[in-house]
Design a protein around this ligand. Structure first.
Ligand SMILES: [Zn+2]
Length: 213
């Protein structure tokens, strides 16, 4: 879905004859605004129904490439799907229990559209903030106004490292500063170092930020 554009060049330059599988095949894409252009949003794994599609595509491709071990691939796939369904039940129970007024979040990285759509959370991007550098005083003031007007409950700003600035945004906007949400990559170690671990971590982080009155 355009998330790893370098992969196409890699495949061409290796001149491999191996089949190339698109793991996201069958996903109904959301769209994303990228520098004024509408593009398919590639962050589809943040909806577990899509994760199920990825698993099915990968399983089918492995079986096609190595039919002798079909039973193993099917067994492992079923075991993994069980983990996904347990996670789905957890996501629905936790995020479903949030009060209707506690469902608005601002994140600096526009990566959670699928999660928001699937589990009823409204993710908003900060207006006019560059992700490349620390925001100016005027940009912070505009962000605070946006948070107050939309009655945003929690803010996750990966690009603001200055803890005083985060405290100022929290104090003046009334929103809670959440922890880290993992968007595009697994952590090298710790709970978010697997896909299911990452997803569970994000659910718990969102729940902690949004469940308090
Ligand atoms: Zn991303």
């Amino acid at each position: 879905m355009g998330f790893e554009p370098w992969l196409d060049r890699l495949v061409i330059s290796t001149e491999t004859k191996a089949p190339v599988i698109s793991a996201s095949q069958g996903v109904i894409p959301r769209s994303l605004d990228e520098d004024g252009e509408t593009v398919p949003d590639p962050h589809a794994w943040h909806n577990l129904a899509n994760a199920e599609l990825y698993i099915s595509n990968i399983t089918k491709a492995l079986i096609a490439a190595d039919p002798a071990n079909k039973a193993d691939y099917q067994r492992n796939s079923q075991a993994y799907l069980k983990q996904i369904y347990a996670l789905l039940a957890q996501a629905r129970a936790k995020l479903g229990s949030l009060p209707p007024g506690n469902r608005k979040i601002v994140t600096s990285h526009d990566a959670f559209g699928y999660l928001g759509q699937a589990y009823g959370i409204d993710f908003m991007a900060p207006q006019g903030l560059s992700t490349e550098r620390e925001p100016s005083a005027a940009e912070v003031a505009a962000l605070i106004t946006q948070i107050r007007q939309a009655k945003v409950k929690a803010v996750f700003m990966e690009n603001i490292k200055d803890s005083r600035l985060l405290k100022q945004i929290a104090d003046e906007s009334g929103a809670r500063i959440g922890g880290t949400l993992y968007s595009d990559a697994l952590a090298a170690t710790g709970p978010a170092s697997t896909f299911t671990g990452l997803f569970e971590y994000n659910i718990n982080t969102l729940y902690d930020a949004l469940s308090k009155p």
